[in-house]
Design a binder for this molecule. Structure first.
Ligand SMILES: Nc1nc2c(ncn2[C@H]2C[C@H](O)[C@@H](COP(=O)(O)OP(=O)(O)OP(=O)(O)O)O2)c(=O)[nH]1
Ligand SMILES: Nc1ncnc2c1ncn2[C@@H]1O[C@H](COP(=O)(O)OP(=O)(O)O)[C@@H](O)[C@H]1O
Ligand SMILES: [Mg+2]
Length: 151
């Protein structure tokens, strides 16, 4: 019997443009589950400017930093913890490339191709590494401890 690969966890965001339409989050969550990603946690939240600057600190100084923070504080959005054997890659494959215009050309079935508006307002976030996933899950879900789930 092959040893089962331990589950991997990732942080997903449905950004404010998605959550502005109450019909979309349930539809997106159905799509997530259909791709065999488990939804372990989900919560709506509204960010202050300080929250946005803290989460996206790696982009401070880039030309789009202010508009990114403005977008992410423009309305309520949703944070989710997803799991699957390759959750980080699976979710990033489902949301597609950062830039929606490129996604519509190169990856037309991805969520950013289907819902993304502009490079800033690209509708979704996914952690891009196991360490970032750990930090990003901790950022939103203080009581969620990956180690406890992996026992
Ligand atoms: N290097 C550089 N590129 C820029 C600047 N402003 C816009 N761009 C480039 C990168 C953007 O992703 C691309 C498309 O700009 P848009 O304003 O149409 O998209 P963006 O996502 O910024 O729109 P949004 O902020 O959502 O209204 O143009 C800039 O000040 N410097
Ligand atoms: N060239 C850009 N123009 C406008 N916004 C951008 C640009 N690059 C990134 N962003 C915004 O910053 C967020 C974080 O950027 P990055 O981590 O590079 O992409 P990703 O979210 O695909 O991991 C993106 O999701 C997008 O909202
Ligand atoms: Mg990123």
């Amino acid at each position: 019997m092959a040893a089962r690969k331990p589950l991997q966890y990732t942080l997903a965001l449905l950004k404010p443009d998605i959550c502005a339409n109450p019909l979309l989050p349930p539809k997106i969550i159905d799509t997530i589950r259909a791709r065999e990603l488990n939804v372990l946690e989900q919560k709506p939240l509204l960010w202050s400017q300080a929250d946005a600057e803290a989460f996206y600190g790696e982009h401070r100084g880039k030309f789009f930093f202010e508009r990114l923070c403005g977008y992410m504080t423009s309305g309520p959005f949703m944070a989710l913890v997803l799991s699957s054997p390759n959750a980080i890659k699976d979710w990033r494959a489902l949301i597609g490339p950062t830039h929606p215009v490129r996604a519509r050309i190169n990856a037309p079935d991805t969520l950013r191709a289907l819902y993304g508006l502009t490079d800033t307002r690209n509708s979704f976030h996914g952690s891009d590494s196991p360490e970032n996933a750990r930090q990003e899950i901790e950022f939103f879900f203080k009581d969620f401890h990956i180690d406890a789930h992996q026992k």
